[in-house]
Design a protein around this ligand. Structure first.
Ligand SMILES: Cc1ncc(COP(=O)(O)O)c(C=O)c1O
Length: 394
């Protein structure tokens, strides 16, 4: 008999009932160190007092009004994001997937608006993950996500990740309207695009007029020690997808764009019932107040260095379990020398939560508020994970 929840998830038998900072309490009383943060969502940890306050204050005042009316918190959040980023304009969604939908629509509308409606093709990359809608799975292109869901939304051309020649060749097609890429692939196994590669993409897009769409759903919002990852490279996208950390655990996403890229998006061309609702925007504003502070981002960078150094030692001491460290900032991964599922399972036994990804990687995406002591504790538990696996192997 089919379960009452559609069985699309492989869940671990863990029932968390309370969270605080980097810690989660299981119903049976065990306390887990959460190095996944809801897959890079709880950027400020669980139950951050500033977010709890923003949410409860807003909940007492106003939950929802339609986008038929002015939504003051939404306006304030958009103004703040415009102030802090490359963007001139924002649209709020409820998730990263919806941000992907709009990013694709915006790019196509742009070319329609400019009298070149044939420029519908979008270059995407193997190993990508942009969500689970029809557009997002077509964009990612992997059989794992698309099998049985055809016909797929046409117009996506998937290229090997980091292959300059394939990219340069593909860009010759005059129907290419946009390039969509995660600067660091999350689900794809914490694969960082070579900075020169991303800069080269910017230049190539400028040459043909194609729009550069960055998916910073997982790597953005302070995760790499800058508000957005592309800031490290001194380039800016035309369109950017944001979600996860922006709401610190409250479901909200956004598309940020330049005025030029958004040229086709006039009244009535897109909308959302819940997107930009007062609750989500109040929480996101509170999160941005903290994450957008340069001193906070300095701390993320410092702690990332500390964690990385510890992980390098961990790998050096346990090469039979961990093969290497990947990633940037607090978007880290351990490529495993044993099946990553075994590492995740041993993590459960050692009360530390790790997130599996492609390429036999476990992801470490802790709250950006993780303390030095918690980093030390994470390393201790990862050491115990290795020992447990070694012991089980005999
Ligand atoms: C890079 C990236 N883009 C898009 C998404 C989709 O976001 P959501 O699950 O909020 O729809 C995800 C989710 O994991 C992601 O990691």
């Amino acid at each position: 008999m089919i379960p009452s929840i559609l069985p699309t998830y492989n869940r671990a038998p863990l029932h968390f009932v309370k969270g605080e900072g980097c810690w989660l309490w299981e119903a049976d009383g065990r306390r887990f160190l959460d190095l996944g943060a809801g897959i890079a969502v709880n950027a400020l940890g669980h139950a951050h007092p500033a977010l709890v306050k923003a949410l409860t204050q807003q909940a007492g005042a106003l939950w929802h009004v339609s986008n038929l009316y002015e939504v003051d918190r939404q306006q304030a959040l958009a103004d703040r994001l415009v102030e802090l980023t490359f963007a001139d304009t924002c649209f709020f969604t409820n998730s990263g997937t919806e941000a992907c939908e709009l990013a694709v629509k915006m790019a196509r509308k742009y070319w329609h608006h400019h009298g070149q409606p044939e420029r519908t093709k979008i270059l995407t990359f193997e190993g990508a993950f942009h969500g689970r809608s029809s557009a997002a799975i077509a964009a990612a292109g992997s059989a794992k996500m698309t099998d049985g869901f055809g016909p797929l939304l046409p117009g996506f051309i998937t290229l090997p990740f980091g292959d300059h020649e394939a990219f340069a060749e593909a860009m010759k097609d005059p129907e290419i309207g946009a390039v969509l890429i995660e600067p660091i692939q999350g689900e794809g196994g914490i694969r960082t695009l070579n900075p020169a590669c991303l800069k080269g993409m910017r230049t190539a897009c400028d040459a043909t007029g194609a729009l550069l769409i960055l998916d910073e759903v997982q790597c953005g919002m302070g995760r790499t020690g800058r508000l957005f990852q592309h800031e490290w490279l001194g380039i800016a996208p035309d369109i950017m997808m944001v979600a996860k950390g922006i709401g610190g655990g409250f479901p909200i996403g956004a598309v940020l764009a330049t005025e030029a890229a958004a040229a086709g998006m006039t009244a009535g061309t897109h909308g959302s019932t819940y997107g930009g609702n007062p609750l989500g925007c109040a929480v996101a504003l509170a999160a941005l107040d903290i994450i957008g502070e340069p001193a906070f981002l300095d701390e993320v960078r410092r702690k990332a260095g500390l964690f990385r150094q510890g992980l390098e030692s961990l790998v050096a001491g346990n090469p039979d379990v961990y093969a290497c460290v990947r990633g940037e900032g607090l978007m880290l991964g351990l490529a495993c020398a044993v099946p990553n599922a075994d590492v995740v399972a041993a993590g459960y036994a050692e009360e530390v939560l790790l997130i599996p990804a492609a390429e036999n990687v476990v992801r470490l995406l802790p709250a950006l508020t993780i303390t030095d002591a918690e980093i030390a504790e994470a390393l201790t538990r990862l050491e115990k994970v290795a020992l447990r696996i070694r012991t089980a192997k005999g």
